[in-house]
Ligand binder design. Sequence first.
Ligand SMILES: Nc1nc2c(c(=O)[nH]1)N[C@H]1C(S)=C(S)[C@@H](COP(=O)(O)OP(=O)(O)OC[C@H]3O[C@@H](n4cnc5c(=O)[nH]c(N)nc54)[C@H](O)[C@@H]3O)O[C@H]1N2
Ligand SMILES: Nc1nc2c(c(=O)[nH]1)N[C@H]1C(S)=C(S)[C@@H](COP(=O)(O)OP(=O)(O)OC[C@H]3O[C@@H](n4cnc5c(=O)[nH]c(N)nc54)[C@H](O)[C@@H]3O)O[C@H]1N2
Ligand code: SF4
Ligand SMILES: [Mo]
Length: 681
Amino acid sequence: MPTVKKTICPLDCPDSCGLLATVEGGRVLSLAGDPEHPYTRGVICRKMRRYPERLNPEQRLLHPQLRIGSKGEGRFARISWDEAWERLVEALQQRVAAHGGETVMPFCYAGNMGLVNRFAGFPLLHRLGATRIEQTICSTAASSAWKLGCGPVGGTPPEAAAEATLIVAWGVNIRATAMHFWNYVAQARKNGAKLLVIDPYRNDTARHADRYIPVAPGGDSALALGVLRLLLERQRLDNEFIAAQTSGFEQLAGYLRSVPFERFTEQSGVDRQTMEQLASLLAEHQRSFFRIGVGLSRNSRGGMAVRAITALAAALGLYDGRPGRGALLFSGAFGGDTDRLSCPELLGSSPRTVNMIHLGRMLTNGGSPPVKALIVYNANPLTVAPDGATVRRGLAREDLFTVVHEQVMTPTARYADLLLPATTFLENRDIYRSYGHFFLGVVDPVVSPAGEAISNFELFQTLAKKMGFSDPPFFQSVDDRILAYLETVAELPVAVSPADIAGGGYIESVRARRGEAPFLRAGGRFRFVNADDPTLPPHACLIEGLEFDHPDLLSRFPLKLITPPMARMLNSTFGERYPGETGELLIHPSDARERSIFDGDPVQVRNFRGSVVRRATVSNDTQPGLVVAEGLYWPATPDDAGINDLVSQHCSDMGGGTLFHEARVEVESMRRVDAQGGGDE
Ligand SMILES: Nc1nc2c(c(=O)[nH]1)N[C@H]1C(S)=C(S)[C@@H](COP(=O)(O)OP(=O)(O)OC[C@H]3O[C@@H](n4cnc5c(=O)[nH]c(N)nc54)[C@H](O)[C@@H]3O)O[C@H]1N2
Ligand SMILES: Nc1nc2c(c(=O)[nH]1)N[C@H]1C(S)=C(S)[C@@H](COP(=O)(O)OP(=O)(O)OC[C@H]3O[C@@H](n4cnc5c(=O)[nH]c(N)nc54)[C@H](O)[C@@H]3O)O[C@H]1N2
Ligand code: SF4
Ligand SMILES: [Mo]
């Protein structure tokens, strides 16, 4: 008889869905949404419905394996765990003895968002004195910019959007990357609300919107500040809120008045008339809700964009907690001290810290000591990290020992010297919070581990002991970690003890019950001016783009490239479902015409970093001068490029974030090249 067990989606998605797994004979037959989850209410995305395919023995890595082919070739021989431990311990000990702890570097991110497993590697890495990584690949530009204005005040609960009369989706493809928020959009629209999308291309959400404003990529700060200036001139800001709960507005206003208006329109790519209309909409709709995406922060002006948009929201008083008003980037529903999970007290020294997006640089040109051992888990760096060609060159180094702990044979896994099998979330106990809503939960394994797979937690706890470390954190159980973390979470309801939570159910953050005066309650004010960091401008302002405005690159690579995610993958997870697919490249008809590119043509997208093949989709959904490559498809062969070959290792303006949406490229039809070379197309 099949039984149904509750679990939570572990993927790096703001929705953290409650799931029901149907299990029979130790096998997961299907996954569906849990109707009892207060936010996701029984609905899940298509990609997760298909997750049980991933448990299929043909897909899964089930045993430890040792490389027998050349690096990247993907040929491995099965070995026992005993041999795997021996080789791993020896490889690490040898390199640490010869070069010091910093010679070991991890690359890990959020393949599994379960807090215990996500942070499981750090206690041992700290104890080893390994190079520390700043985990900047996703959202640090956005979160540091948010904090400059909002401080500790988090996002408005998404449910508030249902009562809005105007919802602005600003740099977020709701229908692809935060699909449950769409319920609130739909509810609000049923009552007459309008959805406005601001994005460089007409994404799926824009196609379903009432109004779409195409902004220049990287142009959001100019747009937000231009609109703020208009509202200031028309005296349509919330002066009461500005006076009571903010500081520094006059300084920002002085700056706004001093800027010639054309600079806002030029930099944003949005004309004055459209800005006037946007200002009118915001003035008219007291119940406006901004759903801000991380997307708009993935460029060299990305922090500034978030700063400007949050300033606009604050000047409109959208943070005041009244119905239908708000701004949501991350929910920030549960804080809690992640040191309880990563145990920095085990650091004996102060090893160097490097930005994870500089992986390519670290592996090829990487300082002193050089990285001689790379530990990859919870991540697929060859596909997701910028400057893929350099990462690939680094991974091919014969003197680099690479251990990869994975569920499936990813492009990175093919470069492993030692490949270790990882459990999936269905085989783990863990705690999951969310960055899009206000619920957390603890779940038990649904089935026992497949083959010889072990969790991240077990991997590092065992390895620590095998390396001879006997510090208390290495003897903790999963529950010890969960409870240690929960003790530090201030947002738990008082009536519920950490031990109760560890028993299951969905717990709502007490922060969800927003009242008036959020900034005052948090002991501060919204800061239009923040000069704490002297390397940053004191307030939101116009700045130049690093790669998009680079005069030399402009002439050689006339097109701008952005690389947003797509609905059927989760970052690069599930890439194995689409072998050999290159993915599309959206190109405007005028750019296509100029280059004799026809719809469906294979095209080469290139710049001075590398080149990659995609299939052209000629469409008005993008702007002239902008090409869009959705999806982190896996390369067909190990030395093949991915879209990130075109992306730089430069950092965004704040938080050391990435430039995934700021690369200059040129595009050429491969059909024409073939024809010239005598091909038959
Ligand atoms: N199906 C699916 N869901 C996902 C993911 C996935 O890969 N697939 N990834 C998950 C993860 S890890 C994250 S962090 C989130 C990310 O989700 P989002 O917050 O949605 O961020 P992005 O995915 O980077 O891009 C979203 C939108 O930003 C737009 N954009 C790019 N540059 C600019 C700009 O300069 N200005 C403006 N206004 N818009 C711009 C893109 O065109 C895109 O439409 O989604 C999560 N959810
Ligand atoms: N060009 C471009 N690049 C991007 C983005 C973009 O929009 N454009 N998005 C960026 C963003 S927002 C993010 S967050 C990063 C994400 O980068 P990553 O965190 O690397 O995310 P994934 O590509 O999903 O790869 C996660 C891997 O972890 C594995 N995994 C899952 N669970 C476990 C586990 O329990 N243990 C172990 N050992 N492995 C596990 C999965 O099988 C998968 O291969 O990518 C970034 N890269
Ligand atoms: S990927 Fe997102 S939408 Fe899909 S099941 Fe997981 S949390 Fe839900
Ligand atoms: Mo992300």
